[in-house]
Design a protein. Sequence first.
Length: 327
Amino acid sequence: MKIERTVNLDKELKNVKTVGIAGHIRPDGDAVGSCVGLYWYLRQNYPEIQVTVYLEKIPESYHMIAGTDEICHDYSEEKVYDLFFSLDCADEKRLGDGVKYLNTAKRTICIDHHISNAGFADLNCIYPDASSTSEIVFNLLDEDKITFESAEALYMGIVHDTGVFRHSCTSPETMEAAAKLMRFGVRCSKIISDTYYDKTYYQNQILGRALLESVLLLDGKIIFSAVRQREMEFYGVKPSDLDGIVQVLMGTAGVEAAIFLYETAPQEFKVSLRSRETVDVAKIASYFGGGGHVRAAGCTMQGSVYDVVNNITYHMEEQICQEKNGD
Ligand SMILES: [Mn+2]
């Protein structure tokens, strides 16, 4: 999969004095990596341009990446940007409060890899087959103008969205991009350990609890687990501390798809879905008003745990049976 340089940065930045960059709400490694990677590239190569990155609060461990301390978490300023980048957002809503800068900016560019992205900016650069938005951003930059700071941020983004080069979205081009970034001297092992694998004691405790209470369905082809608000309170964890649980569930041998729920309000759950080969979870998540990728997607659903799991399982079962019949 070749990423074309459909965004000519030199041309786009002509006469531009202010740039706003924003990623999705509850930012993950790719949202942060792509935003901060682009931020450094612009700051270091176009020093006359004022660049602001808007993201919600990020995990503490990401602060090993330079520039993350300069991220603006306050969206109260009314500012009209000459150019605004939306990164790693499947739709405008995912920008959260940052959407107002998209709406008012003189020109907007959307760079993303979500299959459900319909293209909401003036210029859209969407590659559903790319591992990460960070990989796309890397391809839009002049390699000889990339610096260590930008390289570290983009490397983190690629590492996170590929699950450390493990998910099927990892292509030869992804590895080539990562190899090129390594040559800038990025701290590969440290970025992988500190920002991806390391968990706090309490994150591990709630993970253990979720695994202990997980249930196999459909002859062991589907696994699900749920965490309720009272459990989150007991362990003193926030929703972001639950990231990665669904991936561990998915690591159960023989399982085709994993469902992880956590309670956001009474009778309301945030649903994370993962699949190995047969199930298109993006399709299921969009059916329930969410979105994502074929192998990783999510949505919010109402009802009891059992209502939610039954509804999702019904769609998964349909897809698994269809596959078996060779349709
Ligand atoms: Mn991403």
